[in-house]
Design a protein around this ligand. Structure first.
Ligand SMILES: Cc1cc2nc3c(=O)[nH]c(=O)nc-3n(C[C@H](O)[C@H](O)[C@H](O)COP(=O)(O)OP(=O)(O)OC[C@H]3O[C@@H](n4cnc5c(N)ncnc54)[C@H](O)[C@@H]3O)c2cc1C
Length: 515
């Protein structure tokens, strides 16, 4: 089967025939412990975004770093093969694809490496770059990473290559601030261990590095002991100013005197079943009392979502006291408060239920033109006025997250880009779910609405960065990285000089070695 496939390349003219010979030799020289699949490659031509589709030449399911290094070295010997690590394919814009190249299915390595490590009294887990965060949670019994994503069906290497953000990031920083050591296969096929003190350019480059400098095969993740339970609370605001005031007050309070999780979202002030009031209650028994909405409310309302960790042994009244003393300082609409007590693991896996529901109604598999941004505190009120209150006043068909983060918890030495100014910036995530089999050219409209929002931010001179960025020209990428571009470019020259890796990010063009 493999030979038959390769023979398809050996035809027509000399150039193609020579390339076909090259590919044939290269692929046959791979002596993998894992497997290579030239046939069922369709899965790697898809991602969660559903907006792009590029077929690879083959999918490699590696047994470990040696297989990955072998594949990268083979690509280096070829005239133009590229290599993309694929985590769980939860990118939006084809970032984990490699057209005509080799896709490394990192999930095949998900079980590798798992080990709890104690160093200087601190606990860490060594985990595979291909492990899902939900599997890391299951395996770290009584211990858990400190910083999460909202949804845990994402891989360790995939989120570390971006940042990894959720409601704990105000306290611990993104996931990229919560690892101390990585094993990486570079674009030259070298397998290197890196940390703050060893191969530090590679370590900081790879964190938020969009897969450009190497494939993360192992990460050492900081752990904490787990609480048993979580008090999970949502409160509603009619005024953006009150919402941001309270969210910022909470994220600025020291550890021990605030909630353990702070997020927020915008929703539509209507009975719309996808975007409106009913998206706020935490339990089917709770009802959103619309008569409690302040009369000054406009088209959209704001929900602050917080959570407090506690142990089963904690007295209920002590938990109530902490919660009430914090909530007592907030300015939310008094009768619009929802709360539930859930097990910590259930809280972390809360989006599993959303996934099940979306799979059942078909919106999980339909396109997701999502937009994620970081916007400086300086501009967030203007963004609210121009975007949430106007352009998006009818919602996006899914959550519109907005909550504050603290710059001091982000390590400027990593490749992650955040706004230029101030200690506080906001994450804004427009998580659009489109109806299945829609004949409406709705996806294009939503993509162009995203572009309109980005253009507006540029025109207004907002201090912002795209999170999970997607650009098509190197000029745009240079603008994105700003004064970090020179370092990014230098790292590329050092660690992936032929631009083999993560071609789907469209930052660097593969250097064609035979031309
Ligand atoms: C339902 C859903 C919920 C999400 N929730 C959050 C959230 O709460 N917070 C948040 O921060 N993000 C969130 N994301 C975004 C998520 O962080 C990105 O999609 C990220 O890319 C991880 O997905 P993945 O593991 O599937 O990686 P992929 O999409 O497969 O890969 C992403 C990029 O990283 C590269 N890559 C993959 N693995 C490696 C590796 N081991 N080493 C080096 N490079 C690698 C790929 O080549 C690609 O360029 C969410 C996405 C979805 C679809």
């Amino acid at each position: 089967m493999m030979i038959a496939y390769i023979e398809r390349f050996i035809h027509e003219n000399d150039t193609e025939s020579r390339q076909g010979d090259d590919l044939s030799n290269i692929c046959q020289s791979l002596d993998l412990q894992g497997t290579i699949d030239y046939v069922a490659t369709g899965i790697a031509a898809k991602d969660f975004g559903g907006l792009y589709s590029f077929n690879p030449l083959a999918i490699i399911r590696p047994a470990g770093a040696d297989d990955i290094a072998m594949a990268v070295k083979a690509a280096c010997r070829s005239p133009n093969l590229t290599v993309a690590a694929r985590g769980n394919g939860h990118s939006i814009n084809g970032q984990a694809m490699a057209e005509g190249g080799l896709v490394i299915d990192m999930r095949a390595t998900g079980e590798n490496h798992f080990k709890i490590v104690t160093m200087n009294g601190e606990m860490f887990a060594d985990v595979s770059g291909g492990a899902l965060w939900e599997d890391v949670l299951k395996r770290c019994v009584n211990l858990a990473p400190r910083s999460w994503t909202d949804y845990l069906g994402l891989t360790v290497g995939g989120t570390l290559s971006n940042a990894g953000v959720s409601g704990q990031a105000f306290r611990y920083g993104p996931q990229s601030s919560n690892v101390t050591e990585l094993d990486v296969v570079t674009g030259k096929g070298d397998i290197l261990t890196c940390s703050e003190t060893e191969n530090s350019e590679l370590f900081f480059g790879a964190l938020g590095g969009l897969g450009q400098f190497g494939i993360i095969t192992r990460a050492r993740v900081k752990l904490q002991s787990t609480p048993d339970m979580v008090r999970w609370i949502r409160v509603v605001y009619s005024e953006f100013e009150d919402f941001t005031h309270d969210a910022e007050w909470l994220v600025n309070r020291p550890d021990g005197v605030s909630f353990d999780y702070v997020e927020g979202f915008v929703f539509v002030n209507s009975d719309d079943p996808v975007n409106g009031w009913c998206t706020v209650p935490l339990d089917p028994s709770q009802r959103f009392d619309q008569t409690a909405i302040p009369p000054t409310a406009g088209y959209v309302l704001y929900c602050l979502e917080v959570a407090l960790h506690y142990q089963n042994s904690d007295h209920r009244s002590a938990v109530d006291m902490v919660v009430n003393s914090l909530l007592g300082r907030l300015r939310f609409a008094k009768d619009l408060k929802f709360q539930v007590d859930v097990a910590y693991v259930e809280f972390l896996l809360r989006l599993k239920r959303v996934e099940e529901h979306a799979r059942a109604n078909g919106t999980w598999d339909s396109p997701h033109p999502w937009l994620n941004m970081f916007i400086s505190k300086r501009d967030i009120a203007d963004f609210d006025r121009m975007v949430f209150k106007k352009l998006l006043k009818e919602g996006v068909g899914g959550p519109m997250l907005v909550y504050p983060l603290l710059r001091s918890k982000w390590d400027d030495r990593t490749s992650v880009m955040i706004p230029a100014e101030g200690e506080i910036f906001y994450i804004v995530a427009l998580l659009r779910f489109t109806p299945p089999y829609s004949k409406d050219p709705c996806v294009e409209k939503l993509v162009s609405q995203n572009q309109e929002i980005v253009q507006l931010c540029m025109k207004e001179g907002f201090d912002f960065k795209l999170y999970l960025p997607h650009y098509k020209s190197q000029e745009d990428w240079k603008r994105h990285f700003g004064n970090k571009w020179l370092r990014f470019d230098k790292n590329k020259a050092n660690f992936d000089p032929m631009a083999i890796l993560a071609p789907g990010q469209k930052i660097f063009k593969r250097i064609n070695s035979h031309s």
